[in-house]
Each structure stands twice: as C-alpha cells, then as structure tokens.
Design a protein around this ligand. Structure first.
Ligand code: KG4
Ligand code: ZN
Length: 351
C-alpha cells in the first residue's frame, strides 16, 4: 500500500486513543475512539445544506468547506472526548476512495498532527470503515458477509477472517444510494433524497411493480440504472396520458425492487460462503425497509446480523478509527508520504 510501513510496533499495548479524520465526501468528521471500539466523541459536520441547492455534491465546494471546518471540528471532538492532543496515541485518516480535493484536507491535517505529536499515522480505506462500523456495536464473527450500500458504493464483501476483504459482487453502474438520489429527484425531493423515498415507500398503500435486475444466475453483481430508467419512464407515461404519476406507488415499487435484489444476493452469498454473520453498512443501511427485510431473512436463515445505528451508517470518523484499529493492533502504520487516493482497492488494504 502506498505510504505504508509494516516495521513499526504499537507504542502501547494497554489503553490507547485513536483520533480519526474523515473528509472523503461531504461530511467533515473527527472522532476520538478508545481501544478501537469505545467512542469518546464522533463529531460530524454535514455540508448537505450547502450542496442541496445544486442537487448533489460539488467537489470544489466540498473541499473548501472541509478546509473551513476541519480545525473547529477537531477542537470540538477533543473537547467532547475530554482529552487533549498529548493524550492521542495514533492518528487515522480516510486515504480513499473519495473526492481527491476533499480527501486531501483530511490527509494533510492527519499528517501534520501525526508529525507534531510524533505518533503513528494510519491511512484507512473508507469502505473498510463502513464495514468495521459494525465492530463499534458488536463482536464480528468470521467468516462474515458484508452488504455495503452507500451513496458511492454497492458491494458484497466476504471477510474470511478479521481484516481480510474479498469483493464478490459490486455494482456495474449506479450505487444504490445514487439510484435513490436520482429517483428522489424525479419524485421532486431535495438532495440527498434516499430518506424521503424510504418514507414515501413505507407510507404507500399501492405499489407499481418494477423489474428486478438479477443479472446472470450466479452473479453477485448489481445494476440499478435500468430500474432508475423504469421509474422515469413510468412518470413520463403517466404525464403523456395527462395523468398525475402516483409517486408513492412508484417509490414503493422502486424500494421493493432494490430490497429484493440486494437482500436476495447477500443471503445467497452468506449461504454459499458459509458465513457465520451478516453485516449491513453504508448510508443506505439507514433504510427502514432494508433493515426490516434483512433482519427477517437473516432470522429465517439462522444468521446473526449486525447493523450499526443510523449515525454510524452514514459517513463518520468513528468508523475510520474502528477500521484503522485493525492496522494499529498489527503495527501496520503509514509513512508521512501517505497520499490521498480517489481510487483505492479494498482488497489491497487488507491486513
Ligand atoms: O455512506 P454515505 O453517507 O456516503 C457515501 O459514502 O456514499 O451514504 C449516503 C447515501 C445517500 O445516497 C443517501 O440518499 C442514502 O445514503 N441514504 C438513504 C437513506 N438514508 C441515507 N437511502 C435510502 N434510504 C434511507 N433511509
Ligand atoms: Zn461512505
């Protein structure tokens, strides 16, 4: 891995405090986590209000906002945790994947802190963070299957053992969250529209049944662009007939299709790979319908399921500390030439 140095050992084997920074997209977040699992603070400053007017994240604005907030959020995280900088034993930061300008702000801040405090630096993979958010809420039993559903990623990841990531399926086009946001826009909701579509789908009394994109019978990959187009053409068809489109029946149809496919594939993967646990993570894991369906399918299959609370599903720095802890405990630290990587392999980041 770029900027890694396996030769150093952890400075302490007893209690340790990791300070983590996450700036990969539109949340500036800093957390202080004890022993990789106990959250002392997890301060998140969202830029949603700024990006809303543009209907999506504007990368250049995101970077500037991170620059404006990072020091304030850092101070707040330390204050909330009741610790000072000299108490910090290691600094973790999202190295990638993400928006390059946004990542850079966190990486530069983390390197400066690690250098000034003379403590180890750990460049961390954003998706490993989403997955290990589960370690903040319970013990992970291996082998485990992680269903990662976020605004930028949709993946089924096999963890044969701790910190070893193998991607067995991924989206071939839109990420689930991206599809939610695009459909939400067509249903006239503001960005990010996932939670609005979720709510409307829950309240719907009718459902317009939409296609399921299963792809090849043995595939764990996903495709959501056809489903998104199906929603758009339903809206157009109604309007051309002079009718008002039934947004709630469409939201329900869209959500049911997404949930059937993502849960169906995740359960099949768990069976095929003999998983002892299912992990749900990423921003879309906040979806009520998805949580409920996956819970009942896992119960039927006798498969224990972990789902982080909503605050740990969307982007936050505590999850970055939880993933960085994998490297901390193995003394796998980064060097100060660590670079922000907009594209970064999860499998290569394995311990
Ligand atoms: O993980 P995340 O915070 O950012 C990325 O790393 O991408 O995920 C954000 C995504 C957005 O697309 C948002 O619309 C979606 O998660 N989301 C939801 C819900 N809450 C957030 N999608 C569906 N239902 C929800 N309740
Ligand atoms: Zn994320």
């Amino acid at each position: 891995m770029n900027g890694s140095n396996d030769a150093v050992s952890p400075s302490s084997t007893s209690d340790y405090l990791l300070l983590a920074i996450e700036t990969s997209c539109d949340e500036t977040s800093v957390a202080v986590v004890r022993n990789g699992r106990e959250i002392l603070s997890n301060v998140i400053s969202s830029q949603i209000e700024t990006h809303k007017q543009f209907g999506g994240v504007v990368p250049e604005i995101a970077s500037r906002k991170h620059v404006e907030s990072i020091t304030i959020i850092l101070e707040e995280a330390l204050r909330e945790a009741g610790v000072g900088l000299p108490d910090i034993d290691g600094v973790a930061v999202t190295q990638g994947p993400g928006l390059i300008g946004a990542l850079l702000v966190g990486v530069v801040a983390a390197k400066s802190l690690a250098l000034a405090l003379d403590v180890p630096l750990i460049g961390t993979h954003h998706i490993a963070g989403h997955i290990y958010a589960n370690h903040l809420v319970g013990d992970i039993v291996y082998p485990a299957i992680a269903l990662v559903v976020s605004g930028g990623h949709t993946e089924i990841v096999l963890l044969e053992e701790e910190g070893k990531f193998r991607i067995i399926g991924r989206t071939r086009d839109d990420a689930v969250g991206e599809a939610y946001d695009k459909v939400a826009r067509a249903l006239q909701f503001p960005y990010p529209g996932g939670p609005y579509v979720d709510k409307l789908a829950q309240e719907a009394t009718e459902e317009i049944v939409l296609p399921r994109s299963w792809l090849e019978p043995d595939s764990y990959d996903f495709s959501f662009s056809g489903l998104k187009s199906a929603v758009l053409s339903e809206i157009n068809r109604s309007r051309m007939k002079g009718e008002t489109p039934d947004f709630s029946a469409l939201a329900r149809g869209f959500q049911q299709s997404v949930i059937d496919v993502v849960t169906g594939k995740a359960i099949r993967a768990a069976k095929e790979f003999g998983a002892h646990q299912m992990l749900l993570c990423g921003g879309v894991a906040a979806n009520r319908g998805l949580r409920e369906r996956l819970s009942s399918l896992c119960e039927e299959a006798g498969l224990p399921l972990l789902i982080p609370p909503n605050k740990l599903c969307t982007d936050n720095a505590a999850m970055i500390a939880a993933a960085a802890d994998l490297k901390w405990r193995r003394g796998q630290f980064s060097t100060l030439d660590l670079k922000a990587e907009p594209i970064l392999s999860l499998e290569d980041w394995s311990v």
